[in-house]
Design a binder for this molecule. Structure first.
Ligand SMILES: Cc1cc2nc3c(=O)[nH]c(=O)nc-3n(C[C@H](O)[C@H](O)[C@H](O)COP(=O)(O)OP(=O)(O)OC[C@H]3O[C@@H](n4cnc5c(N)ncnc54)[C@H](O)[C@@H]3O)c2cc1C
Length: 505
């Protein structure tokens, strides 16, 4: 067996760099691997990225970091799902929720799938997911995803959830933790990258004059892709024809202290894109993700400010460009692209940190399986590409399914033919009332999103036949109002969000 890499050099001190540093040090520090993270004091971090998927819970578990330790330090809150107002104009479906799913969902949530199938086949059953899932009700009542203790002391069921956090504070927290794991830190700017004859990176020449060599280089340099794109020339595949958004404007606002803290992300469609609202324990993070082919930055900022109102009258806006797509190979020679350098799918489902985590975890696993050789490099690249394409399909489906007609942007999105064969097939089977279960199953693990998520998206957007028949079958079905009233009482047994966060300090 060959040795684990002896020296790993990470370029970039954004979330990607510090996440990678922690995971690699945790895994290979014991093999004597020395990890150095280099970051430039002149080139800032992107400084956004404040929502996660539930998968981030595994990251902290793997590092042995408790929520009580990191969440208060990062002004973090709990996320029960994402609410999508104004993507659809279908009556009863003007907003919907993509919830995180729980074991406890079965009795009521199970009825949602039945209703969605009936409605898809022409019966007027209620099928907006926001009425059927506990997480959606928890968010409506601004609850934390934790049951109050039971009187008899018996354990409560587990619920699934994700997080919101201040990205700058998360980076600072992960930096301190990486130091504990022995990661070295160098502040300097890479000026040149020297390559070997075989295309490997030999060393980095720094602005200070220092030379930095290593066995393995991790490119966490952000959208620029300093090592993987610029130095190694790895091609970048743009998703611009599938996802039009290429800009964002971020702007913070104050929390309303008179109310509890929301436990969901809200992603509201506007004329030329959508606005995120992410509640932290200290403030809201807001931002407009839009397409520069359809609206100017100035006009987009006006739209965003109109949407947010007086709450942001005195807040400064940050304008950001986004490079949406991915590199062809994420691992090339002795270089691994991680984070924005490897690719980015716009943040509608908050998947970027999940892809960072997956990339590093899969890399560690395959390196170990290949006895620290490059034996599984092609397999790694196929795997990560499959994940990117899987997320792309799910995100692209939101745009395809919109029913807005207030701008060319939304019409162009709805009419866009640049969708994958897989997504086209999923939509066709749904629309034709075919066997949707079999359709989803046929794509195996190529779908990054599980079955309930696809149902929630398609039903939540109100993608149903126009002329529905009154429901005639003998079988009783649950109405949205009945489902909601059952969940309302369940949700009362959960902690208030602010109370739970306070109890963690
Ligand atoms: C608008 C927007 C919203 C987003 N929302 C979400 C979200 O809700 N959820 C989510 O998971 N993700 C989100 N993301 C993505 C998330 O922000 C990033 O994936 C994450 O912050 C990781 O960024 P990074 O570390 O790859 O790059 P960056 O933060 O850009 O860091 C780059 C680092 O490289 C260093 N560097 C660059 N060049 C050099 C050089 N020559 N020498 C030395 N150092 C150098 C810089 O100093 C910096 O430290 C969002 C992104 C955008 C644009």
């Amino acid at each position: 067996m060959q040795q684990a890499p002896q020296t790993i050099v990470i370029v970039g001190g954004g979330t990607a760099g510090w996440m990678a540093a922690n995971l690699l040090a945790q895994q290979w520090g014991r093999h004597g691997t020395q990890i150095t993270l280099i970051e430039s004091s002149e080139i800032g971090i992107i400084g956004v990225g404040e929502g996660s998927t539930p998968y981030l819970r595994q990251f902290f578990k793997r590092l042995g970091i408790e929520e009580r330790e990191w969440m208060p330090a990062c002004n973090a809150t709990f996320k029960c799902g994402i609410r999508f107002p104004d993507w659809s104009t279908q009556p009863g479906y003007e907003q919907y929720v993509h919830p995180f799913f729980n074991q406890e969902d079965l009795p009521v949530g199970g009825e949602f799938f039945t209703n969605a199938c009936l409605r898809r086949r022409g019966s007027a059953a209620d099928a907006n997911p926001q009425d059927f899932f506990i997480a959606a009700e928890l968010a409506r009542q601004r609850k934390a995803p934790f049951y109050l203790p039971r009187e008899d002391g018996s354990p409560s069921p587990q619920t699934d959830y994700a997080y919101h956090f201040d990205s700058g504070l998360l980076g600072a927290f992960l930096k301190q933790h990486a130091f504990k794991l022995g990661v070295r830190h160098q502040i300097d700017t890479v000026a040149r990258v020297d390559l070997c004859e075989n295309g490997d990176i030999a060393q980095l020449q720094m602005d200070s004059g220092a030379l930095v060599g290593g066995d393995l280089f991790i490119d966490c340099s952000g959208f620029r892709g300093l090592l993987i794109n610029e130095a190694l020339g790895e091609p970048f595949i743009s998703y611009k024809d599938k996802l039009f958004n290429d800009r964002a404007i971020a702007i913070p606002s104050a929390l309303d202290e008179s109310q509890d803290i929301p436990s969901e992300t809200t992603s509201t469609a506007l004329r030329h894109g959508w606005v995120w609202q992410i509640p932290l324990s200290s403030r809201y993070g807001n931002g407009y993700v839009y397409a520069s082919d359809f609206v100017s930055p100035e006009q987009a900022e006006i739209e965003l400010r109109q949407h947010l109102g007086a709450a942001v009258a005195n807040s400064e806006a940050r304008h950001l460009k986004m490079r949406v797509g991915r590199v062809e190979q994420h691992w090339r020679n002795n270089c691994l692209g991680v984070g924005l350098s490897q690719g980015f799918i716009e943040p509608l489902e908050a998947t970027a940190l999940m892809l960072i985590q997956f990339s590093v975890e899969v890399f560690i696993d395959l390196m170990e399986q290949g006895e620290f050789s490059r034996r599984h490099q092609a397999q790694f690249n196929r795997h990560i590409n499959k994940m990117f394409e899987g997320v792309l399909d799910y995100v692209a489906a939101h745009y395809r399914l919109n029913t807005r007609s207030d701008s060319d942007y939304w019409r162009a999105n709805r009419e866009n033919q640049q969708i994958s064969d897989r997504l086209a097939s999923i939509l066709e089977v749904w629309d034709q009332g075919g066997d949707f279960e079999a359709e989803l199953t046929s794509h195996g693990d190529a779908l990054m999103y599980i079955r309930p998520s696809w149902y929630c998206l398609l039903a939540g957007m109100g993608r149903f036949p126009a002329n529905l028949q009154a429901f005639k079958q003998q079988q009783e079905i649950l109405t949205g109002a009945q489902a909601r009233s059952k969940l309302e009482s369940t949700a009362k047994r959960f902690f208030g969000h602010r109370d739970y966060l306070r109890s963690m300090k």
